[in-house]
Design a protein around this ligand. Sequence first.
Ligand SMILES: NC(=O)c1ccc[n+]([C@@H]2O[C@H](COP(=O)([O-])OP(=O)(O)OC[C@H]3O[C@@H](n4cnc5c(N)ncnc54)[C@H](OP(=O)(O)O)[C@@H]3O)[C@@H](O)[C@H]2O)c1
Length: 326
Amino acid sequence: MKAKAIRIHKYGGPEVLQFEDVEVAEPGEGEARIRHTAIGLNFIDTYHRSGLYPMELPTGLGSEAAGVVDAVGPGVTGVKPGDRVVYTGRPADAYSEYRNFPAWQLVPIPDNVTDEQAAAVLLKGLTAWYLLKRTYKVQPGDPILLYAAAGGVGSLASQWAKDLGAVVIGVVSTDAKAELAKANGCDHVIMADNPDIAGAVRKLTDGKGVAAVYDSVGKDTFMTSLDALRPHGVMATFGNATGPVDPVAPAELAKRGSLYLIRPVLFDYIATREDLVAAAGELFEVVGRGAVTISINQRYALKDAAQAHRDLEARKTTGSTILLPT
Ligand SMILES: NC(=O)c1ccc[n+]([C@@H]2O[C@H](COP(=O)([O-])OP(=O)(O)OC[C@H]3O[C@@H](n4cnc5c(N)ncnc54)[C@H](OP(=O)(O)O)[C@@H]3O)[C@@H](O)[C@H]2O)c1
């Protein structure tokens, strides 16, 4: 069948995104064909587009979407046509009206969650889940530092961290984002242009530093983040908004008090059906009881994905952003 999709034939800026006709095959063994109703926009999509995370070209884009199962291939028993599902994963082809995807990676959307909310929360919410509950397991009273606290992952992680009892210190770039971060549960907010973020963190933690830093900004903030940690603190560098982090000598961890450094990736935490279902269950539990609310603050037509990329990279977006197939 024919469908519309965003594809790229070369790496580059948002201008390389093309809205094209594609042929979607019948689902193969273990696959389901999904009619997308809402697509999640994520910063990783910009890394795929720019070539920071290389893919074989030409390719689609997009690592998260919600929709309805349209058809299933041989051997699929877990889902059937008509089921509402959401997924995150590879290959990146979510910027499309229809696509085939491995059925084992499909998560049923709970009745109390809309398709738009599901597409807005799965990838970012599962990221918040693994960061706070696996990478460094937040304990009540732990001070933590979180960058981009009004962004997609940041908005969800701030709320979830607060629910776990953390003292949440958020970093944001504007006053409007500071208000959002506070509404998300940040106890303290530091402005991103503060020349001494680590010093500000120490003032807020009786000179001790934080138990963990969740740093998605990357290159520009890495050393500052190490400086903000208490001895034995955990540095989770999980994104590259300012570019990939430079190589670092292990001695930098030693001289700041036996720090731990991890570069985690969501897909390693949901690599089996069992792990994915358990993680999604925890996410939809906090959403269901209202501890974590989903803010969809931007919506774009799928064909306008390039504008969505421009706005995301220009730090104009807050909360979650979705793309809507027409
Ligand atoms: N490793 C993983 O498993 C994983 C999974 C999901 C996401 N991530 C990472 O998590 C981060 C957040 O993803 P998201 O989709 O939720 O995006 P987002 O947080 O909604 O947007 C990125 C935010 O980063 C901040 N930022 C700081 N410096 C920036 C710069 N030079 N250019 C652009 N933004 C800058 C901005 O917030 P301020 O203006 O407030 O500074 C911006 O709003 C990304 O780095 C992404 O790669 C990693």
